[in-house]
Design a protein around this ligand. Structure first.
Ligand code: ADP
Length: 303
């Protein structure tokens, strides 16, 4: 069995459904409200576990009911939470999500305990991290934790996949140690100083030291740039219900496939399959597909 370590966030997603997104200062009447366990870190951890990996998570939640619920949710899917600390002083992170009639979301995150994840938290999990196959990290925790985990992983030959979400400028010494940078189009644009042309943006970020960049393109699938070689892998066509967590499903499936020794291109197909299945269902963690569903989609609709 392969092991994936996720350093990342756990948030309670508070989702309101509205006919469209409100303008600044406007109040809209929505239809209904739901809560879902979320946070990119927890979503990616649960997604990887459902896809058959052994998963250990490093993170923090508060001592509150959202924290209890989030831990129970990831544990239910078999994620090892021994290295998720309960923070005594900070509330569990929350995400306020508005979902419009087309399934498009806007999200405001109050990160809370996620921003207390420290280098010491990572070092406490050193032995697990060093034995992992892949380290997967979104960017909803402090950079010091991301950098510490990257160093330990690299020293032990563990592959490092960084999902720069939400995007922010990253130190070149970190970028140079990443095996795969996995942004969506908007995140890539931020990392490339606002460059909107996809290929130019990829080259610009590669010049900062990352060799391999895998850009997710929503319904267009994904673009894998390894050195000079760029390959577009089209998405699976599916009915869209809710795009929340599509990127998380993609990231986890890509990592699980890589950890299992599949080629990078095959791993991108896994990512597309998991992402497509996630958009057909509502919510974050409830929408994440099982290994069986991904393998079936690949089999039925594969080449
Ligand atoms: P994010 O959710 O991080 O913004 P994307 O929107 O790029 O990321 O979606 C991630 C992946 O999910 C895509 O690369 C694709 O594989 C899959 N996906 C997203 N939207 C769709 C869609 N409408 N149809 C099929 N697959 C999709």
């Amino acid at each position: 069995m392969t092991t994936i370590v996720v350093v990342g966030s756990l948030n309670m997603d508070l989702v309101v459904h509205a006919p469209r997104h409100p303008l600044p200062g406007e109040t809209l009447i929505g239809s209904h409200f739901q809560t879902f366990p979320g946070g990119k870190g927890a979503n990616q951890a649960v997604a990887a576990a459902r896809l058959g990996a052994r998963v250990c998570m490093i993170g923090r939640v508060g001592i509150d009911t959202f924290g209890d619920t989030l831990l129970a949710a990831v544990q239910y899917d078999g994620v090892d939470t021994s290295f998720v600390q309960r923070d005594l002083n900070t509330a569990t992170g929350v995400a306020l999500i508005t979902l419009d009639a087309h399934g498009q979301n806007t999200i405001v995150v109050a990160p809370g305990a996620n921003m207390q994840v420290s280098e010491a938290d990572v070092i406490r999990a050193e032995s697990v991290l060093r034995r992992a196959d892949v380290l997967l990290m979104p960017l909803e925790c402090p950079l010091e934790a991301v950098v510490a985990a990257t160093h330990l992983a690299r020293q032990s030959g563990v592959r490092v996949v960084l999902n720069p979400a939400p995007a922010r400028p990253l130190p070149t010494e970190l970028l140079a140690q990443i095996d795969y940078l996995l942004p969506n189009q908007l995140e890539l644009q931020v990392l490339a100083d606002g460059e909107t042309d996809l290929l130019t943006a990829i080259r610009r970020v590669q010049q900062q030291g990352v060799r391999n960049i895998l850009v997710t393109l929503g319904e267009e699938g994904a673009l894998l740039a390894m050195g000079d070689q760029t390959t577009h892998v089209p998405a699976f066509q599916v009915p869209v219900v809710d795009t929340v967590a599509a990127g998380d499903a993609f990231a986890a499936a890509f990592c699980v496939a890589l950890a299992e020794g599949k080629s990078p291109l095959e791993a991108v197909r896994w990512g597309n399959a998991a992402g497509a299945l996630a958009v057909t269902r509502s919510g974050a963690q409830p929408s994440l597909p099982s290994r069986f569903e991904v393998m079936r989609l690949l089999e039925v609709r594969g080449e």
